[in-house]
Design a protein around this ligand. Sequence first.
Ligand code: PXP
Length: 245
Amino acid sequence: MNSVYLGVNIDHIATLRNVRREKYPDPVHAAGVAEKAGADSITIHLREDRRHILENDLYLLRQTLQTRMNLEIAVSDEMLKIALNAKPESVCFVPEKREELTTEGGLDIKKNFIKIKKATEILTSSGITVSLFIDADREQINAAKECSVSFIELHTGHYANAQTKKEKEDALKKIAIGASYASELNISVNAGHGLTYHNVNQIAALPEIYELNIGHAIIARALFDGLQKAVSDMKTIIRASRESH
Ligand code: PXP
């Protein structure tokens, strides 16, 4: 039985800090607690508008993280420069729109192929593992393969937001088929977005999924249960889901 890893996204610790322009809560502290509780990696999204994680957080975390840093960024010259400077273990390219509340869909690799392939080559040649955040769509997976990435992250938002049982089953099926297809192409598969304590089990059970990146639900749960328990409970759920399948 292969393991399923948990990447904890700590962006919303920074959201809470920034809303009052304070020094607390501190993402560096949060990352340490999450790691102690069993997080396998820490994910941060440095957005163009710096609404949560700031560049200074990135550099401080670079010095303090004991697991792995997964940096989510848009495909832009500014972000490439920052990634090359900070050298996280992995970068996940995500689409970004200024006005969105959160990342709304996967990258359209086909449409932005040259730009994404070039950005992937630049980071890969400097030793950074690159992942592309995409919908579980065969054509996008083929395009990811052509970019020579070793990882993709499948967008679970449609599954998480499904309104009916049928919609949820269809979304799950699409992710399962996508994960298995990517695996056949020798691409490792992560997944994330909108996953919660209530909906994560079926995604964690998919045998091809390597790591789940989860943020909002864990940070929200931490308000009531504390971050250590929020992380370790999530880890227990995802492991149990994998083991029971
Ligand atoms: N994966 C990616 C690529 C994301 O952009 C996000 C949101 O920042 C997540 C995972 C985590 O989503 P959530 O906060 O809904 O768990």
